[in-house]
Design a protein around this ligand. Structure first.
Ligand code: SAH
Length: 352
């Protein structure tokens, strides 16, 4: 019989499981507390449970933990990048960013990605598999334990497409925001998607108070198709309609990510189109100067060009910011650290 992934059970499921084991209800609360507040990494740590119950749990369940294999910390702003090994040996990348308003963790939702965005390092070798809720939780939990810092915000903006791993991501959101667990408010959770339209509607219907970030990256379908294969499936109009629906259902302001790629989408004609697209919407635009990857020939424009783009939108009274580059000295684009680690491992090279 396959063992149960204990940390992926939500509170109700854990209650049902403990009942199946013939245990009293309050035991579920104790176990949940060990898993999601005390962040236990073994059943043996759960010392207020009887030895007999611990043995039962060990025989019927697995407790997923991630192992840090590399941690890089920026000397400039304290940003840390973590490479974690999953129980099956796969590697994922997560980031801790320290802001004045709190500590934010960026997590991966899949090993690799199958969306194929042209400028993104996470997708170069396709998708290996989805992450389990326990594995996404562990990205946050391990960072909290290793850094000694309380995590107040989580962004699903690492490797993977969250809406391509919908059920596990929903469960993760439930577990991380549960008041019996780490209790991170839904308002402090952000999910970023390349725009899988039917799933945006499905998410909206859950009426969660999480922020939806859309990777737009272009204001017309032709340019978008040249950067993102998903644009062949859903057009911008369909995405905007889904965003309107999300806003109507949740009242949450939509965030649009726009990676500025020199000579592709960063001139004023594009800025004008973008302004028209979001006119009158309660939204925020996050400009990301593209982070070049060696496998592709995309470049950043000059600072002057980037500011021109931003100023144009500002004059149109659009909320716009340029994403601050965190941890410049340890920087690599999303997924690049993982990729170079795997290449080194495959070649049998020692880690420096
Ligand atoms: N699959 C999700 C999360 C991806 S990563 C999504 O598509 O939204 C978060 C953001 O970083 C996305 O907007 C993504 O398009 C962007 N991104 C990825 N690689 C980048 C790079 N090299 N330079 C700039 N932005 C990048």
């Amino acid at each position: 019989m396959e063992k149960i992934d204990l940390r992926s059970l939500n509170f109700d499921e854990l209650c049902a499981f403990m009942e199946e084991l013939g245990e009293k209800k309050f035991r579920a609360g104790q176990v949940y507390d060990w898993l999601h507040v005390k962040l236990a990494s073994s059943i043996d740590e759960m010392t207020n449970l009887s030895k007999d119950l611990r043995e039962k749990l060990k025989s019927k369940t697995t407790l997923v933990t991630l192992k840090p294999v590399e941690v890089l910390t920026s000397q400039i702003d304290g940003t840390s990048k973590y490479l974690f090994e999953l129980p099956d040996g796969n590697i994922v990348e997560s980031v801790l960013m320290l802001y004045k308003h709190g500590n934010s963790v960026c997590i991966s939702t899949q090993v690799g990605c199958r969306m194929g965005c042209k400028f993104c390092a996470s997708t170069l070798d396709g998708r290996v598999r989805n992450l389990e809720p326990s594995e996404m939780l562990e990205e946050v939990y391990e960072i909290q334990k290793l850094s000694g810092k309380r995590v107040s915000n989580v962004v699903l903006m690492g490797s993977g497409e969250p809406l391509d791993n919908f059920d596990n991501v929903l469960k993760f959101l439930d577990l991380i925001s549960n008041d019996k667990g780490l209790n991170i408010s839904e308002r402090n959770l952000t999910l970023s998607t390349c725009g899988i339209v039917p799933k945006i509607y499905e998410l909206a219907d859950k009426e969660l108070a999480i922020t939806l970030a859309i990777s737009l990256h272009a204001a017309d379908d032709e340019t978008r198709k040249s950067l993102m294969p998903i644009a062949n499936k859903y057009n911008i109009k369909e995405i905007m309609d889904a965003c309107d629906y999300y806003y109507k259902k949740t009242g949450r302001r939509i965030s649009f990510e726009y990676s500025l790629v020199s000579k592709v989408n960063d001139n004023l004609t594009e800025a004008k189109k973008l302004a028209l697209l979001v006119e009158g919407k309660n939204c925020h635009i996050n400009l990301i100067p593209v982070n070049p990857i060696k496998e592709r020939d995309y470049k950043q424009g000059t600072t002057e060009e980037i500011l021109k783009f931003k100023n144009f939108l500002e004059k149109k009274r659009i909320n716009v910011t340029i994403r601050r580059e965190m941890g410049r000295d340890i920087n690599g684009a999303c997924g690049q650290l993982r990729k170079s680690f795997i290449t080194k491992r495959e070649n049998g090279l020692e880690e420096e």
